[in-house]
Design a protein around this ligand. Structure first.
Ligand code: NAD
Length: 303
C-alpha cells in the first residue's frame, strides 16, 4: 500500500459543503486531517431560502469522525466572510474548493434576466469572491490549492442551461489565468467537471444511475488536486463513477494569409483547411497566440 495522503496542518474551505459533492469533499478532507470550513447557506436547489442546518450537520459528521471543522452559513457572494471564518478559527487558509451551486434551468427563449444573473452571481462571482479573498493569504505563504467546479454543460453546452453553461465555462477561464498567476507563488488552480447523484441531478437522471454515481467517487480527485504532492495546475478533469480524464484545447493547423489583404472568396476556398484537425495542436497558456505571430514572420506556415 502507498503512504496515506494526509492534510494535517492544512486548512480547507469547501463551499456548498452541506450536501452532495461538497459534503463528500469536506468529509474526505476532514478525515485526512484537514481543518475544514464547511460553508453552506442551506438554501433550495433554485436559490430559494436558507438554513444553518445543512452546514451544521456536516460539521457534526466530521467531528464524529475525529476531525476538526467549523460551519459558515454565508453565501459565496460574501466570500470574504467565509475566508474570515477560516482565519478566525484556524488562522490561515491553504485549500479552497469552490463547489456551491444552484440551477435555474429554462430554455433561452424563456430565460429571465434574473435567471441569468442569479446563476452567474452564485457560480462565477461566488467562486471569484471566495478565491479573491483567499488569494493574498495563499500568495503570502507561497502555497495554495484552488479547485473550481465546472460542468459538462459548461464545456459542451446543454439545452436549457445557457446561464449555467456560461457561468461554468467562465470558471475555466478564471482558473486558466489564476493558474498562470499562481505558478510562481506555489498556488495551483485546477477545474473539475463532475457528475454525481445529488439533488441537482435527481430529477434528470434515472434512480439507478443516481445510486451508482456517488459523490464519494468524485472526492478523491478533489483531494488529490488539493494535496501538496500534486504538482499539476491549470488542468480540467472530467470525473464521475470512477472515471477520470483530462481535457485540453485542440486547434487545427489552420490557414494563415500572413497579414496581407485577402478576399472572402479566398477564405471560402481554404475553409476545409481551417477546419481540418489533421496535425492538430494543443495550445495552452499565453504562448497559444504564437502561431498567429509566427505566421506573419515565417511565410512557410499554413500558406
Ligand atoms: P447540491 O445541491 O447537492 O449541493 C450544492 C450545495 O451548495 C447545497 O448544499 C446548497 O445549499 C449550496 N449552495 C447553493 N448556493 C449557495 C451559496 N450562494 N452559498 C453557499 N452555498 C450555496 O449539488 P451538487 O450536485 O453537489 O453540486 C455541487 C457543484 O457541482 C455545483 O457547483 C454544481 O453545479 C456542480 N456540478 C454537479 C454535477 C452533478 O452531477 N451533481 C454536475 C456538474 C456540476
Amino acid at each position: 500500500m502507498s503512504e496515506e495522503l494526509r492534510f494535517d496542518g492544512r486548512v480547507a474551505i469547501v463551499t456548498g459543503a452541506g450536501n452532495g459533492l461538497g459534503r463528500s469533499h469536506a468529509l474526505l478532507l476532514g478525515s485526512r486531517g484537514a481543518k475544514v470550513v464547511v460553508n453552506d447557506l442551506g438554501g433550495g436547489m433554485h436559490g430559494d431560502g436558507r438554513s444553518s442546518a445543512a452546514a451544521d450537520k456536516v460539521v457534526a459528521e466530521i467531528r464524529a469522525l475525529g476531525g476538526e471543522a467549523v460551519a459558515n452559513h454565508d453565501s459565496v457572494e460574501d466570500g470574504d466572510r467565509i475566508v474570515q471564518t477560516a482565519m478566525d478559527h484556524f488562522g490561515t487558509v491553504d485549500i479552497v474548493v469552490n463547489n456551491a451551486g444552484i440551477l435555474r434551468d429554462v430554455s433561452f427563449q424563456k430565460m429571465s434576466v434574473q435567471d441569468w444573473e442569479l446563476i452567474v452571481r452564485i457560480h462565477l462571482n461566488g467562486s471569484f469572491r471566495v478565491s479573491h479573498a483567499a488569494w493574498p493569504i495563499l500568495r503570502d505563504k507561497g502555497y495554495g490549492r484552488i479547485v473550481m467546479t465546472t460542468s459538462a454543460a459548461g464545456l459542451y453546452g446543454n439545452f436549457g442551461q445557457a446561464n449555467y453553461s456560461a457561468a461554468k465555462l467562465g470558471l475555466v477561464g478564471m482558473a486558466n489565468s489564476l493558474a498562470i498567476e499562481g505558478r510562481s507563488k506555489g498556488i495551483h488552480v485546477n477545474t473539475i467537471a463532475p457528475i454525481a447523484g445529488s439533488r441537482l441531478t435527481e430529477t434528470i437522471l434515472p434512480p439507478e444511475l443516481i445510486a451508482a454515481l456517488k459523490p464519494e467517487y468524485v472526492s478523491p480527485l478533489v483531494a488529490w488536486l488539493c494535496h501538496e504532492r500534486c504538482k499539476d495546475s491549470g488542468g480540467i478533469y472530467e470525473v464521475g463513477a470512477g472515471y477520470h480524464a483530462r481535457l485540453r484545447w485542440e486547434r487545427t493547423r489552420g490557414q494563415h494569409f500572413r497579414a496581407r489583404p485577402f478576399s472572402v472568396e479566398e477564405l471560402a476556398a481554404k475553409w476545409d483547411k481551417v477546419g481540418d484537425f489533421t496535425q492538430a495542436e494543443h495550445p495552452a497558456g499565453a504562448s497559444a497566440i504564437a502561431p498567429i505571430l509566427e505566421g506573419v514572420q515565417k511565410p512557410s506556415r499554413g500558406g
